[in-house]
Design a protein around this ligand. Structure first.
Ligand code: COI
Length: 358
């Protein structure tokens, strides 16, 4: 159990005037959580302090060698004004897995969850009230040693910040166009694809920008060895409904094990769908698309929730899905996930973790 020291802000910021215009990750709450790690001492000094910039030495390891990991989850306000989280234990576990790969000291799951809850409770007035908006929570850990040697640091900082946010895509729940990337890769066996580390995203930005210039929301990554099998999209996992079955890439080291991904798979199986977690070739997906068997395509992610895809473009070949509309399974998943998260549907899976009264 952490003994969290609290320093409240003396200059609270104005809350957003219009929650319909929050955007994603643009504004931040009044406080942040901090905890330090020192080799030999472990994690220490957990504290909530006013949100503020970090004074950092230019030679801090994270600036040079990107030894950094992060997580993302959300706090939701229910109609009866309760504040709640969705499966924070999964984020705590994934952060430990990321930490292990990046040689960063792990944070005990109960401490991670306690820190998230404590910060959300302090800044509970920032949890949006309108439908579809939530408090996006960004925990992250970075190497804070000063020096240019390439080694594991002896000092780290764990920080949590929160941002009242709306939909990740400008399109909201409207279907998006996805570019299948055939030049750059995101991950390869033995690398960091399964972790949530900043470096994975840094390496993905160029392809994302090029795709955006052509009007695509994001890129779909193929495997890094043969560029043959589909893996994931920029900020979400991806699923394909073909001939009534759902296909998605397996989490065998190169794909991010998404919390929304695993939750959707559980729901789909509960509803009687066959979900195949196996390699699936882009050629098979395009073929199914041309033959009218590609019934639905959707992404899953904390930020994006469940996001329908209306078009895939691969090497100049295009397939259009569900006539540009959201398909029935995508809609049911979206409604069920958001229904549980915002407390409109009963939590039949035990996924909701209450934080406090709003
Ligand atoms: C998520 O939803 O899982 C994310 O981390 C999205 C973020 C990279 C924008």
């Amino acid at each position: 159990m952490l003994d969290i020291k609290m320093t409240a802000t003396t200059a609270p910021k104005a809350k957003p005037a219009d929650e319909n215009k929050l955007g994603f990750g643009k504004i931040f709450t009044d406080h942040m959580f901090l905890m330090d790690y020192t080799a030999g001492e472990g994690w220490h000094d957990p504290r909530i302090v006013p949100y503020a910039p970090f004074p950092m030495d230019p030679a801090t390891v994270v600036f040079h060698y990107a030894q950094e990991i992060f997580e993302c989850l959300k706090a939701y306000r229910t109609a009866d004004n309760k504040i709640q989280l969705f499966r924070p234990d999964c984020n705590a576990q994934r952060m430990q897995d990321s930490a292990d790969r990046l040689c960063i000291p792990q944070i005990p799951a109960e401490d991670f969850i306690q820190a998230v809850k404590a910060l959300v409770e302090v800044d509970k007035d920032w949890v949006p009230r309108i439908d579809g908006a939530s408090l996006y929570i960004r925990p992250f850990v970075f190497a804070s040693d000063v020096g240019l040697g390439v080694h594991a640091s002896k000092h780290y900082t764990f920080c949590i910040i929160c941002s009242p946010s709306g939909a990740y895509y400008a399109e909201g729940i409207d279907p998006v166009r996805i570019y299948v990337e055939d030049e750059y890769i995101r991950a390869a066996p033995g690398l960091t694809g399964f972790t949530k580390c900043g470096g994975n995203y840094a390496a993905s930005i160029k392809a994302g920008e090029l795709a955006e210039e052509q009007g695509f929301a994001q890129v779909l990554w193929l495997d890094g060895v043969e560029k043959k099998y589909v893996e994931e999209v920029g900020s979400m996992n991806i699923m394909f409904k073909i001939d009534g079955k759902i296909y998605t890439a397996p989490c065998t080291g190169t794909v991010l094990p998404g919390v929304t991904r695993r939750s959707c798979i559980e729901l789909l199986r509960d509803w009687g769908y066959e979900v195949v977690e196996d390699k699936i070739a882009i050629t098979d997906i395009m073929k199914a698309g041309h033959e009218g068997r590609l019934e639905e395509v959707f992404g899953t992610g904390t930020a994006a929730v469940v996001s329908p895809v209306k078009e895939l473009d691969w090497k100049g070949d295009k397939v259009f899905i569900s006539e540009g509309k959201i398909g029935p399974v995508t809609q049911k998943l979206y409604d069920t996930m958001t229904g549980m998260q915002w407390g409109k549907l009963p939590d039949t899976k035990g996924w909701i973790v209450p934080v406090c009264q709003g």
